[in-house]
Write a protein that binds this ligand. Structure first.
Ligand code: HEM
Length: 119
């Protein structure tokens, strides 16, 4: 059976998906203020890439912070969380990821909600 990593298009597919997610965040008025001020967006892209790869069963190692440490002190709202999920879904659609893989990604991201919002 294919892993979620394979169904997302492996390393190349996930690079494209992450680039689109970050572009969507920058264009999304609900979360743009959070990302417009990030000093090193390439670092964020790399961390998000590693996180997606590792979380979907790829061979890459995630070298970034855990989700609680990464978002602590930001006081992220439910609305912002949903906006980020919308941006992820739009990126998955753009990259023609099938519905099952989309559901799997959303379930994984949703499981992290408690570590990300209102911290
Ligand atoms: C399930 C959803 C989310 C995941 C998987 C996620 C993942 C990540 C990862 C992997 C990093 C990099 C950590 C590091 O540099 O070590 C990060 C940073 C960041 N996240 Fe999230 N995130 C999520 C939701 C959100 C939301 C809802 C917001 C706010 C709208 C947000 C805002 C940020 C910002 C601003 C940074 C960069 C901090 C900096 O480098 O200055 N994230 N996130």
């Amino acid at each position: 059976m294919l892993t979620l990593y394979d169904r997302l298009g492996g390393s190349d597919g996930i690079r494209h998906i992450v680039d689109d997610i970050v572009a969507n965040h920058l264009a999304n008025p609900v979360v743009n203020p959070r990302f417009a001020h990030v000093a090193d967006l390439n670092h964020l892209r790399e961390m998000a890439f590693q996180f997606f790869c590792m979380g979907s069963g790829g061979p890459q190692h995630y070298s970034g912070k855990d989700m609680l440490s990464a978002h602590r002190g930001m006081n992220i709202s439910e609305q912002e969380y949903l906006a980020v999920m919308d941006d992820v879904l739009a990126a998955l659609d753009k990259n023609k990821v099938d519905d099952t893989a989309k559901h799997d990604v959303i379930a994984i991201l949703y499981s992290l909600k408690g570590d990300i919002i209102r911290q």
